[in-house]
Design a binder for this molecule. Structure first.
Ligand code: NG1
Length: 400
């Protein structure tokens, strides 16, 4: 356990913590804004993680502070109906986990905890789901039971909707179920993770635009609106193709019945404007994920990079979730030798991920530093914004 985490716990509660729960953030390599369409995505867990040092309590209270003094401590009772804090309060992620766990398992014991996170917040690297998964594991640990990672991920994907974002299930899945050294193809309904080893000489560079995409603000609205648009587009195409509405409820259901090109042709006849663009993104991004998995298994660095570039173009033009800062980062990374670069996560702020050969990583990092962070006066805290992703293992809980 990191010393500062244990130290803060001892200072706060006067005793040592008994357990440590940890859950990684993630970088999505490809497959953006399609988890909620039921289509496979391709993320990788990060070495950046949320850690919770805790000690079970005899009662059903949760007391939690963080090592970051700007976040006020939170304190609430576990039940199957928990009143949320004000919109945007970090404690709502703990409450989301507690309410979900209480509903599923009837929890009786809470914990005293101190939380530490090395995942940048509102960066599209899933700090929120890492906190939710780590909290759920701490609650299970306090009540002395274990939960299968897939079961936990499914439950927490639903539970996290407590904060008002109609998310898909990608983040919870990879945070709970990742395998070290691997990315994973994540399939939904039923949830399944298929680990794919990341070739040793590939480097995924993550760079933050310094623009935060807060889930309590415009980013959440933009996200939910796009999800609504994809659903409406799907309904219209299903009607156009005269498919049974009760059976075709997701893009996956649609693509099990008609090919991508046929779906796109039908969309061209019944959709226009934003709905057509959103539909096209979902269908083409789904196809890119399938090809990206093949490219990684076949160690085709360039092939994977080309697909990432296609993904960014589609997210910028058809899904309209990029911003000039993300486009600038993508351009700098490519210019410096990345074979591909794209915004990662929900967009509208947050990070990009760029792929390059090991031999080019230093040049990509240098170019991003000199051309993006330097001019913005952000060299001092560079480690928070710019790093090479290391494919990490999924969440765990251990007794100290
Ligand atoms: P981020 O980037 O962490 O906000 C969100 C959703 C994902 C997925 C991506 C876009 C949550 C918790 N996460 O992630 O499910 O839809 O956007 O691909 O809602």
């Amino acid at each position: 356990m990191p010393e500062d985490l244990e130290g803060t716990f001892r200072e706060r509660y006067g005793v040592a913590p008994t357990h440590l729960a940890r859950a990684p953030g993630r970088v999505n390599l490809i497959g953006e804004h399609i988890d909620y369409a039921g289509l496979p995505v391709f993320p990788m867990a990060l070495q950046r993680e949320v850690r919770i040092a805790f000690r079970p309590r005899e009662d059903s209270l949760v007391l939690a502070a963080t090592t970051e003094p700007s976040y006020a401590p939170c304190n609430f009772e576990i039940s199957s109906e928990i009143e949320p804090y004000e919109d945007g309060d970090w404690g709502n992620y703990l409450k989301a986990a507690a309410q979900g766990m209480a509903r599923a398992y009837g929890l009786e014991r809470g914990f005293d905890a101190v939380i530490q996170s090395t995942v940048p917040v509102a960066a599209g690297l899933s700090s929120s789901s890492a906190l939710v998964i780590a909290s759920a594991l701490a609650l299970a640990g306090s009540s002395e039971f274990e939960v299968d990672p897939i079961e936990l991920a499914e439950l927490m994907a639903e539970s996290e909707q407590y904060v008002g974002m109609r998310g898909g299930g990608m983040d919870q899945a990879i945070s709970a179920g990742a395998t070290r050294g691997c990315a994973a193809r994540v399939d939904f309904a039923p949830l399944r993770l298929e680990p794919v080893p990341v070739p040793d000489d590939w480097r995924f560079v993550v760079a933050h635009s310094l623009v935060q995409a807060h889930k309590s603000g415009g980013a959440r609205e933009g996200y939910n609106r796009r999800r609504g648009e994809t659903e409406e587009a799907l309904e219209r195409v299903v009607a156009k193709l005269q498919l049974p509405v009760s059976e075709v409820r997701s893009y996956r259901d649609l693509l099990e019945r008609v090919s991508g090109p046929k779906a796109l042709a039908a969309a061209g006849e019944c959709l226009e404007g934003d709905l057509l663009k959103r539909f096209r993104h979902v269908i083409t991004e789904g196809a890119r994920v399938i090809r990206a998995e093949i490219a990684m298994r076949g160690r085709s660095l360039t092939g994977f990079g080309i697909l990432m570039n296609g993904s960014h173009a589609s997210l910028a033009e058809d899904y309209e979730v990029s911003i000039p800062e993300l486009d600038a980062l993508v351009g700098i990374a490519r210019e410096a030798g990345a074979v591909g670069a794209r915004l990662t996560g929900a967009g509208m702020g947050g990070c990009i991920v760029a792929l390059c050969a090991e031999s080019k990583a230093a040049a990509v990092l240098e170019a991003l530093t000199a051309l993006y962070y330097g001019p913005r006066g952000r060299i001092d805290d560079l480690d928070d914004h710019l790093f090479v992703a290391e494919p990490a293992a999924g969440a765990s809980v251990e007794t100290m």
